[in-house]
Design a protein around this ligand. Structure first.
Ligand code: XMP
Length: 320
C-alpha cells in the first residue's frame, strides 16, 4: 500500500544508497519544492549535503530570514548551509531597467553567476539536487512552446553551469499537494510547506517600472498586510494565488492637511485550477476595505489601493 509515510522513508533509503559517501549540492530557493527536496536529502545524507540559498533581495517580507532560520545552523537539520547575501549585486544590475522581460533575463543570469561562484568554492560535487515535480516533467515533455510570453526562471535551470556527475530528483513522481504532504511528513514548518507559487525573479516583476529598494519595501509591506488579512479572514484556502504589486502610477492624494503625490498598489487574488487560466476572486468587500485602510495608513508613499478584476486571459496571474 502506498502511503506518504512509506514514500518518504523509502526515498530517504534510496537516496542514501545512491549517494554513498558522495558530495551533494542543492540550490535552495525557499519555495516548497526545493525546500522539501533539501530536507529529504539532509535527512538522508546530512553533512554530505550543501545547500546554497541566494538572497537576491527580491523576496517577500521576512522570507529570507525564515529560510535561514529553518536551514541555517540554528535550525533542526544537520547540513551545510550557505546563504549568499547578493542583494546589492542584483539591485545594481537592475538599476534603470524598466522592461519586465529584461528584468527576468538579468535576474536569471545573475542568479546563475552567483550560484556558480559558490559551486566553484565547493569544488566538484557528485550529485546535484533538483526540486523537479511531476507537472514539470510533463510540461517540459510536451515542449514546443512557440510564443514566449515570459521567460520563466527557477532553480531548475542550473545543470550546465555546475560541475557534477548526476542529478537527484526525489520529487519527480509527485503532484504539488503530495509534495506539500511529504514536507509535512518531514516536519517542515507549515508556513514553508503551504507557500504559494512565487516567481523566480521575485518582487522585481511585481514592481512596474524601475526597481528600487524603496519600492521593494513598499510592495513587501503591502503584500504582507494583504496576505495576513486574507489568512485571518480564512479566504486563503479558497484562492489559487494572491499578492500585491506596485503600479508605476503616482497620483494626488490628501493626508491630514497635506497634499501627497504617491504610488498606487494593486491587490491581486485569483482562483485557478491549473494556473493556465484564472478568474479574479470574488472577495468580501469588508476584507478589501480593511486591507485598503491598513495599507494607506501603514505603508509610507502609498495613497491608493486598487483591486485587479482581470482574469487570465487576457491578463496573466502575475502583474508585470
Ligand atoms: P502567469 O503570470 O504567467 O503565471 O499567469 C503563472 C504561474 O507561474 C508563476 N510564475 C513563475 N514561476 N518562475 C516560476 O517558478 C517564474 O519566472 C515565474 N513567472 C510566473 C506565477 O506566479 C503563477 O503561479
Amino acid at each position: 500500500e502506498w502511503t506518504m509515510d512509506s514514500f518518504v522513508e523509502k526515498s530517504i533509503e534510496a537516496i542514501r544508497a545512491k549517494v554513498g559517501d558522495g558530495k551533494v549540492l542543492c540550490a535552495l530557493s525557499g519555495g516548497v519544492d526545493s525546500s522539501v527536496a533539501a530536507v529529504m536529502l539532509a535527512k538522508a545524507v546530512g553533512k554530505q549535503l550543501t545547500c546554497v540559498f541566494v538572497d537576491h533581495g527580491l523576496l517577500r517580507k521576512n522570507e529570507s530570514e525564515e529560510v535561514c532560520s529553518v536551514f541555517g545552523p540554528e535550525g533542526p537539520y544537520d547540513l551545510n548551509f550557505i546563504c549568499v547575501d547578493a542583494r546589492q549585486r542584483f539591485y545594481d544590475k537592475l538599476k534603470g531597467v524598466e522592461e519586465p522581460e529584461k528584468k527576468r533575463k538579468i535576474i536569471g543570469e545573475e542568479f546563475i553567476r552567483v550560484f556558480e561562484e559558490e559551486a566553484k568554492k565547493i569544488g566538484t560535487v557528485d550529485f546535484l539536487v533538483q526540486g523537479t515535480i511531476y507537472p514539470d516533467v510533463v510540461e517540459s515533455g510536451a515542449g514546443g512552446e512557440s510564443t514566449v510570453i515570459k521567460s520563466h526562471h527557477n532553480v531548475g535551470g542550473l545543470p550546465d553551469y555546475v560541475d557534477f556527475k548526476e542529478i537527484i530528483e526525489p520529487l519527480r513522481d509527485l503532484f504539488k499537494d503530495e509534495v506539500r504532504n511529504a514536507g509535512r511528513q518531514l516536519g517542515i514548518p507549515e508556513y514553508l510547506v503551504s507557500r504559494q507559487p512565487f516567481p523566480g525573479p521575485g518582487l522585481a516583476i511585481r514592481i512596474i517600472g524601475e526597481v528600487t529598494e524603496e519600492k521593494i519595501k513598499m510592495v513587501q509591506d503591502a503584500d504582507a498586510i494583504w496576505r495576513e488579512e486574507i489568512a485571518a479572514a480564512g479566504e486563503d484556502k479558497n484562492l489559487g494565488q494572491y499578492f500585491a504589486a506596485l503600479t508605476n502610477m503616482r497620483s494626488v492624494g490628501v493626508m491630514g492637511d497635506e497634499r501627497t503625490y504617491d504610488y498606487a498598489v494593486a491587490l491581486r487574488a485569483v482562483t485557478t485550477t491549473d494556473f493556465m487560466t484564472a478568474e479574479p476572486a470574488y472577495l468580501p468587500w469588508d476584507l478589501i476595505a480593511k486591507v485598503t485602510s491598513r495599507i494607506v495608513n501603514e505603508v509610507p508613499h502609498i495613497n491608493r489601493v486598487m483591486y485587479d478584476c482581470t482574469g487570465k486571459p487576457p491578463a496573466t496571474i502575475e502583474f508585470e
